[in-house]
Design a binder for this molecule. Structure first.
Ligand code: TRP
Length: 455
């Protein structure tokens, strides 16, 4: 670790396991909740293929770009641009990242709150003896209630703030290293149960058999958005984390490891959910509630389902927490350095401010369910805006910044650790940064919103 971490960012210490933290940021509700629901809404297999294609080309490149910018600048998401391109307007990319963090946190904590509700239900044996229809009914009535989802959301935001405040970060490496493999193990066991259910085959076909007639511009944009969201890229969260990465870390392999873990867990979540979706007669395009309507059914059909249910929702809560702290840290690090706030003040102020917008996201399922902009609820707008617009656009600026402004010399330096290791794909990486990624992202976005007609 280089010694020049500004004291304002010392909430993260040098002992902090950055790679574990970055993996913890990537793996979260995006994999277990969002991935199945967008796959379900976008027709399954063909979507999955396009999603994988984006991860392998644009996704890993943007992730590596963020790590490079972070390690090079030794600075937060906004400071990085100021430091590497002084006197320019590139810092606005950092501002966009902070807005993205704000937006994502507001609706992410809604779902994290649902996870807490389900943890408590699992502990209280609340799914026991219920059939699929009753489990869906349970979800509906919870979702439409007002106080409980709001309280859970606030509690979860409080947990996130406590971690950011308390310097518990030192413990995170330990927890992530132990709890993430546990989560994977649990998911694998649940996959086995799910694929042996009657009617499971239809779910596997849905997930893995591409039906290209389902593809249109909007589906492609959703796949791109999901890739950005799941990998935690496009807003500088990994610039911030990259600034804590050791000089001798081999950034390309770190990137591949995180991308592999993130994608592997998403696919496992798909194998866990879709066979059960079809076996229990849930609609694959049920939307944001999909996994909450499906999971309890799987526990019901497993020996030891009670214990599995409790542990699953507990581990999912932890996975969500390691993601929300990476988001709040972006906002807090900026407020400390640019607004000269204390860590304490910044954390409390922004956790509270985000909770206000977050409350509106949560109420989108009850009191505000009829309040729509562009035909979507507040929740759906925040979700769409971040994944399909803010993150990909942030990604465009990040790759252009690295590819064109910082340039090949700095890129080569950082990926080869000053020439001490070889990087075979360097030329391809630079090509993706300079041409492929910015052009492809812009085309996918414009096509997705129907600029070229169609859809
Ligand atoms: N990737 C996380 C998930 O899949 C969510 C997340 C955390 C995120 N930090 C981010 C998304 C930064 C985009 C940008 O749950």
């Amino acid at each position: 670790m280089t010694g020049n971490i500004p004291s304002s960012r010392d909430g993260f210490t040098s002992k902090f396991g950055v790679v574990a933290a970055a993996a913890g940021s990537a793996v979260g509700l995006g994999n277990i909740w969002r991935f199945p629901y967008v796959v379900g809404e976008n027709g399954g297999g063909a979507f999955l293929l396009i999603y994988l294609g984006f991860i392998l080309t644009i996704g890993v490149s943007v992730m590596l770009a963020e790590f490079i910018i972070g390690r090079r600048s030794q600075s937060n998401a906004l400071g990085a641009f100021k430091k590497l391109a002084p006197g320019s307007v590139w810092w606005l990319v950092g501002v966009m990242g902070i807005i993205s963090a704000f937006v994502i946190l507001s609706f992410y904590t809604t779902i994290a709150g649902w996870t807490l509700e389900y943890l408590i239900q699992a502990i209280g044996n609340g799914f026991s003896g219920k059939n699929a229809a009753e489990i869906s009914g349970m979800f509906d009535s919870f979702q439409h209630s007002t106080a409980r989802p709001l309280l859970w959301q606030l509690l979860f935001m409080g947990l996130t703030a406590a971690v950011i405040l308390g310097g518990v970060q030192k413990g995170i490496e330990k927890y992530t290293k132990l709890l993430m493999p546990m989560l994977v193990l649990l998911i694998v066991i649940m996959c086995v149960r799910s694929v042996t259910l009657d009617g499971a085959g239809e779910g596997l076909r849905f997930l893995f058999k591409p039906d290209f007639s389902k593809i249109n511009g909007n589906v492609v944009l959703e796949a791109l958005g999901q890739a950005f969201f799941s990998m935690s890229i496009g807003m500088g969260a990994l610039i911030t984390y990259g600034s804590y990465v050791q000089k001798d870390n081999h950034l390309p392999s770190t990137t591949f490891q995180i991308a592999l873990a993130d994608t592997g867990i998403a696919i496992l979540a798909g194998v866990m959910i879709f066979p059960a979706v079809f076996a229990f007669g849930v609609q694959p395009d049920a939307g944001t509630g999909l996994v909450f309507q499906v999971l309890p059914n799987i526990f019901q059909q497993m020996p030891g389902g009670y214990i599995f249910g409790v542990f699953f929702f507990l581990l999912l809560t932890v996975a969500a927490l390691t993601s929300t702290i990476s988001l709040l840290e972006v906002v807090v690090a900026w407020a400390i350095e640019e607004l000269k706030m204390t860590r304490r003040k910044a954390t409390i102020l922004f956790a509270a401010a985000i909770s206000v917008l977050g409350g509106l996201a949560t109420l989108s399922f009850s009191e505000l369910s009829e309040f729509k902009l562009f035909g979507k609820t507040i929740f759906d707008n925040l979700d769409w805006l971040s994944a399909n617009f803010l993150l990909p656009l942030g990604g465009v600026f990040i790759v252009i910044f690295l590819g064109w402004i910082l340039g090949s010399k700095i890129i080569a330096d950082e990926v080869t650790n000053q020439g001490t290791i070889k990087m075979k794909l360097l030329k391809i990486f630079i090509f993706i940064l300079r041409y492929l990624a910015p052009i492809a992202i812009l085309l996918v976005f414009l096509n997705g919103i129907g600029v070229f007609g169609g859809n």
